[in-house]
Design a protein around this ligand. Structure first.
Ligand SMILES: [Zn+2]
Length: 242
């Protein structure tokens, strides 16, 4: 095989690897962001539940204070019963006492309900807190994995970049110019094989004469349709299709 052609095939391989690694390199921070967001969302849910439980407690304490003052008012009213002079006053006082009792019973019901609500809120908070602990661990683990993957692929990229530099030094300037130009306009693919007489970049058929020449791999030819650099690769037996 022509030495320059061999180098170009290698360079294309290396550039494709770098392209693949860079794509992954761009994906990882986004995935870490998603993980972080999920984790933050859970924290927010937890904090909201804690706040709601505090609200119930505060409200309950307020109702308890109301209850105390209603009870003391009621006690005073009952004392007054002993000193009323007229039946009318007596009836009015009894009516007030009845209302006071109803208010108290209503408050007691409300307080009982709040105690129940507080208990179920506390249970819910305990469950979320356990779940949060687990997912926090999972998050740290997954983030560490992603960071390790990132470090590894950057290492691989470095190695490919050194290889790329070395290859480019050996390829003629004119060919590199052509290679870079085609690669830029053809989505990163500038060197392709020819199979069944067709360019594997644009899949157009080559003239039989050109195909025969490309098959020798002793000179550099370009696809007349997409301008990619062509080489011939021994065709393998097609793999069995299951
Ligand atoms: Zn082509």
């Amino acid at each position: 095989m022509d030495k320059q052609l061999g180098l170009l095939i290698d360079l294309q391989g290396v550039d494709l690897q770098i392209q693949r690694l860079e794509k992954r390199e761009a994906e990882i921070p986004l995935q870490i962001n998603d993980l972080q967001k999920e984790n933050d969302d859970q924290k927010r849910i937890y904090e909201a539940k804690v706040q709601a439980a505090d609200g119930i407690e505060k409200n309950r304490r307020k109702k308890e204070r109301d209850l105390e003052s209603k009870e003391s008012v009621l006690a005073k009213l009952k004392d007054q019963l002993l000193s009323v002079k007229t039946n009318r006053e007596y009836q009015a006082l009894l009516h007030e006492i009845e209302n006071g009792k109803q208010d108290i019973s209503h408050l007691e019901e409300e307080i009982l309900q709040m105690i129940e609500d507080s208990e179920s809120a506390a249970q819910c908070i305990r469950e979320i807190s356990l779940e949060m602990e687990k997912s926090q661990k999972r998050y740290i683990e997954q983030r560490r994995e992603k960071e390790q993957e990132m470090a590894l692929l950057q290492e691989q990229k470095h190695a490919f970049e050194s290889r790329k530099e070395a290859l480019r030094k050996e390829i003629s300037g004119e060919l590199l110019k052509q290679y870079d130009k085609v690669r830029k306009s053809r989505n990163g693919l500038a060197v392709v094989s020819v199979r069944d007489g067709s360019c594997q970049g644009c899949f157009m058929s080559l003239m039989p004469q050109l195909f025969q020449e490309v098959k020798q791999n002793v000179q550099i030819y370009f696809c007349p349709h997409c301008h990619r650099i062509l080489y011939y690769q021994e065709e393998k037996e097609p793999e069995a299709v299951s």
